[in-house]
Design a protein around this ligand. Structure first.
Ligand code: FES
Length: 139
């Protein structure tokens, strides 16, 4: 009887530890993949042109959501929401392919935000921007 009680207690302790370890491991992944939910960032952002070289993407926060600037080879600039239109994960720039990958369900977008493949139902939203005196203003 006493052994059974100890086993139950030990089982509960180990189960609790396992649950706490799983939660601690999953939290950073959740925070990375989920869009910011509060509008604590500026609705307009200035980014120096030199921070977005050809073939690169610059991620930033705009109005509480993740956004990205891309400079295509040849110099063309594109400003997009970085929030996947499927379930809201943050897309990643694939420099070698010059496209975006959503890590949650494998959605692919072109550098212009058009859907290539996967579950996203719509393109990434385009954001307005201007360029003046070496500064890109998005929003
Ligand atoms: S959330 Fe991006 S593909 Fe599902």
């Amino acid at each position: 009887m006493e052994n059974s009680g100890r086993r139950t207690f030990l089982g509960l302790c180990l189960g609790g530890l396992a649950a706490a370890a799983a939660a601690a491991a999953a939290w950073p992944v959740y925070r990375y993949l989920s869009p910011r939910s509060t509008a604590t960032t500026a609705a307009r952002v200035d980014i120096p042109e030199k921070d977005v070289p050809e073939g690169e993407a610059k991620f930033f926060e705009l109005g509480g959501a993740s956004a990205v600037l891309v400079r295509k080879p040849g110099g063309g600039l594109i400003a997009l929401s970085a929030v996947c239109t499927h379930m809201g994960c943050i897309v990643q720039w694939e420099k070698d392919k010059l496209d975006f990958l959503c890590p949650c369900h494998g959605g692919h977008y072109t550098a212009e935000g058009a859907v290539i493949s996967g579950p996203p139902p719509k393109p990434l939203a385009k954001l307005p921007f201007t360029v003046a005196n070496g500064v890109i203003t998005v929003g």
